[in-house]
Design a protein around this ligand. Structure first.
Ligand code: CP
Length: 339
């Protein structure tokens, strides 16, 4: 069974094909790839873009979306094998995944980590359990990576920059009042590196380095493409020569679950908001963010409201790329039910 859990298990060519198909859907939105089919959208966390674009995308492809607010309108699910279920969860994922599979043709899940224990949460237990027990393809709508956002980001960048291979991508940590998920940061470096960009990650302190799975994954993609990869804490060195600036805030992994101790390293990034002075150091870079985004905390109004900001293009692209991805899963030879 081919799932869409992370772009790490999809080739550059397969991902580029989804982006090209997304461009076709942008020109001609309606299709029949999901005619007579349905998708369950399980949300354990809030959403504006993901929920709207998946529901609308299913409709535009002739299918039907069922939105389950997993925290309010469906049963809490147990994931651990062999556990005595005398706690909160009312049903096991073994039943939930197989029951949903008997109704729908795709299952999409948004489940952020709990921000308690990275060593267990980095295994992405809920979506991995669904992928193990479901008999239909499972889609990641953001867990510890955000592969749909990656596709949308790359489509927006290519629309503006053409072939991005060999171009300079800066992922910059930006301030936020609280520690956030690393998912979009992980995804940004995976996609930029997979497409052959030179990737720099600007962080306030070494503590903000991303998990080795994504750091080493991105480094490997860059090396394979003859591109460079590295972290820096030097703002000037980071921005100079950048052709794309991607903004994201995240919590420092060494302080995971003990966030009260993160304050000193977080304070080093107090001046990391993207503003005109920083953009002036770049090679006339474009700038983006996955949204939602706090203006004048992460990015200054003057940058967001400039013609270099492509975050709205990226957000629109979520609709197009997800339709292409759903079509790719539904039609994939490995996902055809045997007679
Ligand atoms: N970027 C993104 O996933 O937006 P939502 O959280 O609103 O879905």
């Amino acid at each position: 069974m081919r799932h869409f859990l992370s772009t790490q298990s999809w080739s550059r060519e397969e991902l580029q094909a989804m982006i090209e198909r997304a461009r076709a859907y942008r020109s001609s939105p309606m299709g029949d790839a999901l005619r007579g089919k349905s998708i369950a959208l399980l949300f354990f966390n809030p959403s504006l873009r993901t929920r709207t674009s998946f529901d609308l995308g299913a409709y535009q492809l002739g299918g039907h979306a069922i939105v389950l607010d997993a925290k309010g309108s469906t049963w809490p699910v147990e994931m651990t094998d062999g556990v005595v279920m005398d706690g909160g969860p009312e049903e096991h994922v073994k039943e939930a995944a197989r029951v949903l599979s008997s109704y729908v043709d795709l299952i999409a899940i948004r489940c952020f980590p709990k921000f308690e224990n990275w060593q267990s949460e980095r295994e992405d237990p809920l979506i991995e359990a669904y992928a193990k027990y479901a008999t239909v393809p499972v889609i990641n709508m953001e867990t510890i990576v955000h592969p749909c956002q990656e596709l949308a980001m790359m489509m927006a960048m290519q629309d503006k920059m053409g072939d991005v291979a060999g171009k300079n991508f800066l992922l910059t940590w930006v301030p936020h009042p609280k520690p956030l998920n690393t998912a979009v940061a992980n995804s940004a470096i995976l996609m930029a590196s997979k497409m052959g960009m030179n990737v720099k990650v600007l962080i306030p302190d070494e503590a903000y380095q991303l998990d080795a799975r994504y750091t080493e994954g991105a480094r490997g993609f860059c090396e394979a493409a003859g591109a460079s990869f590295g972290y820096t804490t030097d703002v000037k060195a980071a921005y100079e020569g950048a052709q794309m600036v991607y903004a994201k805030s995240w919590g420092a992994l060494p302080f995971y679950g003990q966030w009260e101790n993160e304050g000193d390293v977080r304070a080093k990034g107090a001046g990391f908001m993207i503003d005109d002075a920083k953009m002036a150091m770049t090679d006339n870079a474009y700038v983006s963010h996955c949204l939602p985004m706090r203006r004048n905390v992460k990015i200054a109004d003057s940058v967001v409201d400039s013609d270099r900001f492509i975050g709205l293009n990226e957000a629109e692209n979520r609709l197009h790329v997800q339709k292409a991805m759903m079509e790719a899963l539904i039609t994939h030879p490995e996902n055809q039910k045997s007679a």
